[in-house]
Write a protein that binds this ligand. Structure first.
Ligand SMILES: [Fe+2]
Length: 247
């Protein structure tokens, strides 16, 4: 008899364990579905519009880090050696490197060119991480998330179309900078081709856009593809944020 009771108890524990596991799997798959569609106007965007109010959207993935340096050549050589990274584009002020199919995993800003006249203590303070970057699932998600954050008093300090990405830069309360972006091209080949074309040296920084205007246009039904493709390469935006002090 005691053996039967023990067996029943063991069965009940097993059933409870399976139930807990099933619940966990359901939650995981629901979360995984949020940002999986590609850049553009996808099913998740329809869900956002149906709700009729801005929605917080998590990024799809972490993608790159940008350093400010006064050891430009030395830093490039180190990352080429350690990460087997290849230079995608380089000029005296900026360099973009990658080690996989992402258009860039590292970028380096040469402070000796961009901010040579900073006072001595600031010169040391400027060296280090400029920003980290996260990719969003679609332009609509990026803009609806912008609206959601704005309602809470959190606004980007720089909205710029880089050509390869549409980007919004935010700073946390400590001033750590981050970029929320959407890829402009559906494939890595498209972005790489742009970085190797004459369009890139003509403007390796980007062209600013008005997020309010873009949000209104997307909500009015303008397809994301119409905004993702940058039609003009000028004017060159100033670099905003801690690097130059322009905000
Ligand atoms: Fe970036």
């Amino acid at each position: 008899m005691a053996r039967l009771v023990r067996a029943r108890l063991a069965l009940r524990r097993l059933a409870a364990g399976v139930e807990r596991l099933a619940a966990r799997v359901t939650i995981r798959s629901a979360v995984g579905k949020l940002p999986t569609e590609g850049a553009g106007f996808g099913p998740a965007d329809w869900n956002i519009r149906k709700e009729g109010s801005p929605m917080r959207v998590p990024p799809q993935k972490f993608v790159h880090i940008v350093y400010r340096t006064r050891r430009f050549a030395e830093m490039l050589a180190w990352y080429e050696t350690v990460f087997d990274a290849k230079v995608q584009y380089q000029d005296p002020a900026l360099a973009f490197l990658t080690y996989d199919d992402e258009h860039h995993r590292f970028a380096f800003a040469n402070l000796a060119v961009i901010n040579p006249d900073a006072p001595e203590p600031a010169k040391r303070g400027l060296v280090g991480v400029d920003h980290v970057a996260y990719t969003y699932g679609s332009l609509n998600q990026l803009l609806e998330n912008y609206a959601w954050l704005k309602e809470r008093g959190i606004k980007p300090y720089w909205c710029v179309h880089h050509g390869i990405t549409v980007s919004m830069y935010y700073a946390d309360p400590d001033g750590n900078q981050m970029e929320f972006q959407v890829d402009s091209f559906a494939t890595a080949e498209g972005a790489n081709a742009m970085m190797h074309s004459p369009r890139w040296p003509a403007n390796p920084i980007g062209v600013e856009y008005d997020p309010e205007d873009w949000l209104a246009r997307l909500r009015a039904g303008t397809p994301a593809s119409a905004l993702l493709e940058r039609k003009v390469d000028l004017p060159v935006s100033p670099i905003r944020g801690a690097m130059t002090g322009a905000a």
